[in-house]
Design a protein around this ligand. Structure first.
Ligand code: NAD
Length: 276
């Protein structure tokens, strides 16, 4: 089943579902990404800090797909924030991926007390103007960080990639993004697969539709309008996770999942995280 695109605020099309490769070692990334491309994924989400841009790039090259059919995202790591260091880090990432351009480049974390994300983003704007990035965006930005960024730069971010799953539904951010024309991309969309996929309400909805809990959670995201990037290295799950475009949750299902919100993060609080 083909993944439908969403249209970003600059007209660029982004597949609404992609493949995430966090915690996939470089030597396994090549196989995992190859499996995903084979299964029909066309969007890949990596990051400099994941250490697997090389393996990801190898799989992309080996697949031999037309470049314009792929949507490749990578992210600038915190230690590289700052105008000149961003330009250098981008070149390094592009080299590892073996590409001439990326589709989406994200500031990985705001690290607000360092006060560098505006300068960093200005380097993103230059790379975008030079045609080396099709869309620029951010990750883990709170509305206050976005507000400052939008006030001090010229290109409204196309995407904010944030932790988002049924236990952390991010209502305030989603609303702010919608007002500003920023697409919401969900990281850890399956809540990292831990307790979430065993929650009775989700298991019951899965039974009702003859689907798996992971498919139900991904379908919930899709119907909310989120971009999702589930990760797996297991071929059967890689296939299962993209097979969510031929069924729909009804209003009752959606309400039952929305009732699971606990505003509970798995990952760090972006206001405080300064990981270098
Ligand atoms: P996820 O929510 O995608 O969960 C992945 C885990 O869920 C797998 O390791 C596996 O244990 C389990 N799983 C996957 N498919 C399953 C299935 N069909 N059935 C049962 N279990 C299944 O978690 P994630 O990897 O943290 O997030 C996805 C992607 O988001 C990452 O790979 C990365 O690309 C991105 N991400 C970004 C940030 C950021 O700061 N921007 C942070 C974390 C993750």
């Amino acid at each position: 089943s083909k993944v439908p695109p969403i249209i970003l605020n600059n007209g660029v099309e982004m597949p609404q579902l992609g493949f995430g490769v966090w915690q996939v070692p470089d030597d396994e990334a090549e196989t995992a990404v190859a499996t995903a491309l084979e299964a029909g994924y066309r969007s890949i989400d990596t990051a400099a800090i994941y250490g697997n841009e090389d393996g990801t790039g190898k799989a992309i090259a080996a697949a031999g797909l037309p470049r314009e059919e792929l949507f490749v995202t990578t992210k600038l790591w915190n230690a590289d924030q700052g105008y000149d260091s961003t330009l250098r880090a981008f070149d390094t990432s592009l080299g590892k991926l073996g590409l001439d351009y990326v589709d989406l480049y994200l500031i990985h974390w705001p690290t607000p007390e360092r006060g560098l994300y505006v300068d960093t983003y200005k380097a993103f704007e230059k790379l975008h103007a030079d045609g080396r990035i099709r869309a620029i965006g951010v990750s883990n930005f709170l509305p206050e960080h976005l507000q400052k960024l939008i006030g001090e730069t010229s290109v409204v971010p196309a995407v904010n990639q944030i932790e988002l799953h049924p236990h952390l539904q991010q209502g305030a951010s989603r609303e702010y993004h919608a007002e500003q024309g920023i697409a919401t991309e969900a990281w850890s969309p399956l809540g990292q697969g831990k307790g979430l996929l065993e929650v009775p309400a989700i298991v019951a909805i899965a039974r009702k539709h003859d689907r798996t809990p992971a498919q139900v959670v991904l379908r919930w995201h899709i119907q909310l309008g989120n971009v999702v990037i589930p990760k797996s290295v297991t071929p059967s799950r890689i296939k299962e996770n993209i097979d969510v475009f031929d069924f729909s949750l009804d209003d009752e299902d959606l309400a039952a999942i929305s009732a699971l919100n606990e505003d509970r993060r798995i990952g760090p609080d972006p206001a405080e995280f300064n990981g270098a």
